[in-house]
Design a protein around this ligand. Structure first.
Ligand code: ZN
Length: 225
């Protein structure tokens, strides 16, 4: 293996200097572009925005160090993408259908303290991921949650019950989210798959909502913080 070739190749000091200038110019173009896109900042990218960023990535990086690639090419790419971005954003504001198509729709994943099973199956978001997201919002069990929406940018929006309205619900923390092995009378149990909560006759009873067979002891604690 020729390490000289890998690291140095036919680099000249003149080209190193050129790289400096190219980086400087591309940096200014990238910043100007991002400002012109009208976005204020990036916390979560929608799929559409991620696609735009991917398209731009190579157009932005290559001209910084590729000898035969004039910056004007990248500039044209940027102008075209900026135009498309603005056009599509405008169309999404005008037509809800285009927005749903490109960004995806918000999905209702919890309603009245129960997992909305149909919607939950539709999206490729695992129980684990979802529970972890709720735990980070200090949700101890589903009985505290009136509604949970999974927004198109992946953020979970939660509405809670008032303290006095909190119901028995499925625990979300690992120490309590475990299969119950003793059946107690007049005690609520929650289906570990869909959150259905009821008093059981036997511990291997089938869940009437999702046909699942494992139950965890329900919680009814109030929300802290
Ligand atoms: Zn169930």
């Amino acid at each position: 293996m020729d390490f000289f070739n890998i690291f140095i190749g036919d680099t000249t000091w003149t080209f190193i200097l050129e790289i400096l200038v190219r980086c400087f110019l591309m940096f200014i173009i990238i910043i100007s572009f991002l400002r012109l896109s009208g976005k204020r900042g990036v916390r979560q990218l929608s799929l559409f925005e991620l696609a735009i960023i991917l398209c731009l990535g190579s157009a932005a990086g290559d001209p910084m160090f590729t000898k035969d690639l004039p910056i004007s090419h990248a500039f044209v790419v940027f102008i075209v993408i900026l135009f498309l971005y603005r056009l599509v954003t405008w169309a999404m504001v005008k037509h809800k259908k285009i927005e749903d198509l490109l960004e995806g729709r918000a999905l209702c994943v919890v309603k009245d303290g129960l997992l909305v099973y149909k919607d939950f199956q539709k999206q490729s978001y695992s129980h684990d991921e979802f529970f972890s997201e709720m735990r980070q919002q200090n949700v101890e069990h589903l009985g505290q949650v009136r509604t949970a929406l999974l927004e198109s940018d992946g953020i979970l929006s939660l509405l809670y019950y008032e303290d006095e309205e909190v119901k028995w619900g499925l625990p979300l923390f690992p120490d309590a989210y475990c299969k119950a092995d003793v059946l107690k009378i007049n005690t609520f149990y929650s289906c570990m798959k869909c959150g259905e909560t009821k008093i059981l006759n036997t511990l291997d009873q089938e869940c009437s909502r999702c046909k699942h067979h494992s139950w965890a002891k329900s919680l009814k604690t109030r929300r802290l913080g």
